[in-house]
Design a protein around this ligand. Structure first.
Ligand SMILES: Cc1cc2nc3c(=O)[nH]c(=O)nc-3n(C[C@H](O)[C@H](O)[C@H](O)COP(=O)(O)O)c2cc1C
Length: 211
């Protein structure tokens, strides 16, 4: 790994970062991950994103590997303590503001994976909560309109069909009444010849009229 990182650092002008886990299979040795970070940082990586679980290479699928190995956040805090000059972002299992706030007190960043995808509206408060910006007045509908504009542009410029883009915004109304039907409309490939703004209108139409 250190050789790979060194080769990348020598070849590019941007920072090279490494995302890694805290161990392999059932080994809980802190020294293993500490020595890994030590060697890779000497090769020129200064920023580490640490998924705070072991990778069980034997017997678990990639999906199970995101859920089954226990989270051990304290290992990441220990790394920051031992390598204060390096930057560490923590990753794994975060779904709430309080968790992010707590870890940002001691670490340089928090990486969110699945929750950002399944519930992207959570991110809409982050600039205000964590970066001191004014509250955003954007509504989900305004974001959806901006996405429709983007779909129109991508179709014109690259011939991309809107379903390719829409599938990644299906979490936008997560937790709201009617979200299921809204998702069904935006997932309906039979509508793919319609312009995106019309699909949006159908997705928001009262159910009785749209049926
Ligand atoms: C569908 C999917 C694909 C992923 N692919 C990668 C990948 O290619 N490389 C990687 O480092 N992590 C990958 N991950 C893991 C995430 O980056 C993250 O480490 C993991 O989901 C734990 O964070 P979370 O609990 O916030 O989701 C993937 C996760 C998902 C759900």
């Amino acid at each position: 790994m250190a050789d790979c990182v060194k080769a990348m650092v020598d070849a590019v002008a941007v920072p090279v970062t490494v995302k890694h886990r805290i161990g392999i299979d059932k080994s809980e040795s802190y020294e293993f991950v500490r020595d890994f970070v030590g060697a890779v940082s000497e090769a020129g990586c200064k920023t580490f994103i640490v998924h705070a679980r072991n990778a069980w290479l034997k017997g678990l699928s990639p999906k199970q590997n995101r859920e089954v190995p226990p989270l051990r956040y304290e290992q990441v805090h220990r790394l920051k303590h031992d390598f204060p000059h390096l930057r560490f972002s923590i990753n794994g299992g975060f779904t709430r503001d309080e968790q992010v706030t707590q870890h940002l007190r001691l670490l340089d960043g928090v990486m969110v994976g699945r929750e950002a995808y399944h519930n992207p509206w959570w991110l809409s408060r982050w600039d205000e909560c964590f970066f001191g910006e004014a509250p955003s007045n954007l509504t989900r509908e305004e974001v959806e309109i901006a996405m429709c504009d983007y779909m129109v542009r991508e179709a014109a410029e690259h011939g991309t069909g809107w379903p390719t883009i829409a599938r990644h915004m299906l979490g936008l109304r997560h937790g709201l009444a009617g979200a299921r039907r809204w998702r069904q409309v935006w997932s309906d490939h039979q509508l793919k010849a319609l312009p995106p703004h019309e699909v949006m209108a159908i997705a928001h139409a009262p159910q009785a009229q749209a049926a």
